[in-house]
Write a protein that binds this ligand. Structure first.
Ligand code: ME8
Length: 637
């Protein structure tokens, strides 16, 4: 049996998990279940990253010890993973002894090789990303630097004795590795980013801190603690017993897949392979980099305060519904904007209306017409063969998408097939077939075909919807989760089950949770940068006016004073167009003005509004020409 070792990032324990963490972990769980379905011996690792300044600070703020905070948070992560039916095989904590000793072992190994040396670091540090910021990075006001990863100003400059990793020596070897393994990072755009980053040149990296106490002591120099990223990345090997280099390590390393979001790409695709090369260990086979879940167009993150707690959704929806939404809605590589409205619509449409309804209609008819047990010999037509053929074509397509981790596309195809099955029911009209004794074998052929299609599809859906898949299999008294068209025997019985995805009305959800629903135009339209609502536009009152009089303003070369008729009266405007328009050119002409602009005095003249003109790069105005019959006072809208 081939092995498949996959990992999630180990999450910081400074706060409780949110939808972003759930996304990565659900995706890894779906991959793990899918690989098991395909016959792999899978090891799925997740865990928590507990050392470093960020955790130290968080704990201090809450009046806890770092370990006390970590212990509490680990429970929160484990509880959420259990609720979401995440079946990890191993959970590593960076405070576990096997990890601490394993990190010291890899550190010593690299040091013995001469790739870790003593030096001094002087520069900025971003505690949020636990990232060293070089002085070449742009300065913000006050002499601080901006973290290139998260965009926050760094809050401290550090100068300390520390150990460096000779990263600069690995640039060429890394580039050679990327060239030989062009799919090491997927999607391709992320691979390109990594290559460009390395091509820009690598500097040696500080891998210890003397001012941070909450960390793993450097072997032989306990005043220093190991840099949190060196510590954290090593979890992927310490969790499988790098310390003893036992059979487990031999079986599972190198990892087949590291899954993460783009924020930590550099650490995984540049630093981690370099550390491994230095330690003489094989490199992971693939890194899958997904996009971010955004809320209000900003990355959902603890520090931005825009995180979504999955527990709110879990009060109304099953774990499977959340898993489905996350896998169906976001495509690998792209960011996804989370909207509750979108969530509810997706679940109600796909899972309640299409999938649950297909199962309940089919089982309802098997109960009604056959009392839950088939006994007659069924009669089949070409239509049933088409349903089987369509499934046989669908399955390899879906598997290919799943193999490429394009779950959204695989699910899209599965649900297109589910819709075909719903249409097939309408076409076959089982309720009419039930009317006469002669058509009962046909009716049985239709319902058995539906049952077989449902059980087949259910196996494909099982990695994403494990709980529902188990329920559906139970309804059809079917035990095996094997791929392929399920040729249920001619004689079989079913057991009625509960409703799979009860509908949640969005009105009820929004009223009870007090979450503010999106505006009717749709959330995203209102939040995109620079986009305004129609209501914003309507605030500007623009009308057509006629110029009655025009004259130059004394001692002001650029200004003209205009007296205009706005259809409901006359008023005065001062316009900066005198260099380009003569007064006589304007008298009698129709112009567009902003009527409700706050009046302002220019050269002692009260200007009541503003003339509209296009202007070029040199600020030359071009007054639009309106059709001759445009009425004075007409509103622009
Ligand atoms: O970076 N959208 O931990 P972390 C999508 N400890 N995914 C998101 C997300 C969002 N808005 N927010 C978080 C760390 N994630 C380090 C990792 S690994 C050796 C050390 C997910 O708690 C995503 O997988 O900040 C991201 O890469 C990870 O959580 C960061 O988790």
């Amino acid at each position: 049996m081939s092995k498949f070792y996959l990992t999630t990032p180990i999450y910081y324990v400074n706060d409780i998990p949110h939808i972003g963490h759930a996304y990565t972990t659900v995706m890894a769980d779906v991959i793990s279940r899918y690989k098991k379905l395909c016959g792999y011996q899978v090891l799925f690792l997740t865990g928590t990253d507990e050392h470093g300044q960020k955790i130290e600070r968080s704990a201090a703020k809450q009046g806890l010890t770092p370990k006390g905070l970590a212990d509490a948070m680990v429970e929160q992560f484990k509880q959420l993973w259990s609720t979401l039916n995440i079946e990890y095989d191993s959970f590593i904590r960076t405070t576990d002894e096997v990890h601490v000793k394993g990190v010291q072992k890899i550190f010593s190994r690299v040091m013995e090789k001469g790739d870790i040396y003593l030096g001094e670091y002087a520069g900025h540090y971003c505690i949020s990303c636990e990232n060293f910021i070089s002085d070449s990075v742009e300065e913000t006001a006050g002499g601080m630097r901006t973290c290139p990863d998260c965009g926050r100003p760094t809050d401290n400059r550090v100068k300390e004795k520390c150990y460096f990793f000779r990263l600069s020596a690995y640039g060429d070897r890394l580039l050679k590795f990327y060239a030989e393994n062009p799919e090491f990072v997927t999607p391709q755009t992320r691979m390109n980013e990594v290559v460009s980053f390395v091509k820009m040149g690598l500097r040696d990296l500080s891998v210890t801190r003397s001012t941070v106490k909450w960390g793993i002591p450097v072997p032989g120099d306990p005043q220093q603690t190991i840099y949190v990223w060196f510590d954290a990345l090593s979890n992927y090997i310490t969790a499988i017993d790098y310390l003893e280099e036992s059979e487990r390590f031999g079986t599972y390393w190198p990892a087949d897949l590291h899954v993460m979001a783009k924020d930590i790409l550099k650490y995984h695709a540049v630093y981690w392979p370099a550390f491994l090369m230095a330690a003489g260990l094989p490199l992971p086979k693939k890194e899958l980099i997904h996009g971010w879940w955004l809320k209000d167009e900003k990355k959902m993150s603890k520090s931005s305060g825009n995180v979504l707690d999955p527990h709110i959704l879990l009060k109304y929806f099953s774990a499977d519904a959340i898993r489905y939404f996350l896998m169906r809605e976001a495509s690998i590589g792209a960011d996804g904007n989370f909207s509750h409205e979108g969530f509810i619509n997706r679940i109600n449409t796909d899972l309640t209306n299409d999938w649950a309804n297909l199962v309940s209609r089919t089982t309802g008819m098997i109960e009604k017409y056959f009392n839950n047990a088939f006994s007659l010999k069924a009669q089949y037509s070409e239509k049933e063969e088409t349903i089987r053929q369509q499934y046989l074509e669908l399955e390899p397509r879906v598997l290919e998408y799943f193999d490429q981790y394009q779950f959204n596309r695989g699910l899209e195809d599965i649900f297109a097939y589910i819709n075909q099955l719903n249409r097939y029911i309408v076409d076959a009209q089982p309720w009419n077939l039930a009317k006469t004794q002669e058509s009962l074998p046909r009716l049985e052929g239709v319902l058995k075909t539906l049952a077989r299609a449902i059980i087949s599809i259910n196996t494909l859906l099982a990695p994403v919807l494990p709980e529902t898949a188990a329920k559906v299999h139970r309804i059809f008294n079917h035990a095996s989760f094997e791929l392929g068209w399920k040729n249920l025997p001619e004689k079989f019985t079913i057991t009625q089950g509960e409703q799979l995805f009860p509908r949640v009305e969005s009105k009820v959800f929004f009223a009870e949770t007090e979450i503010v629903p999106p505006t009717p135009q749709g959330e995203s339209a209102s939040v995109a940068e620079g986009v305004i609502e129609i209501e914003d536009f309507k605030k500007v009152k623009m009308v057509v006016a006629r110029v009655l009089e025009a004259e130059k303003v004394e001692k002001a070369d650029k200004l003209l004073k205009l007296t205009i008729d706005t259809g409901d009266g006359t008023r005065t405007l001062v316009a900066g167009i005198a260099l380009f328009y003569k007064p006589e050119d304007l008298v009698g002409r129709k112009i567009i003005i902003v009527k409700n602009l706050k009046p302002a005095k220019l050269r002692g003249i009260l200007s009541q509004g503003m003339i509209l003109a296009a202007s070029d790069a040199g600020n030359r105005p071009y007054i639009p020409i309106l059709p001759e019959d445009t009425p004075v006072g007409a509103i622009l809208k």
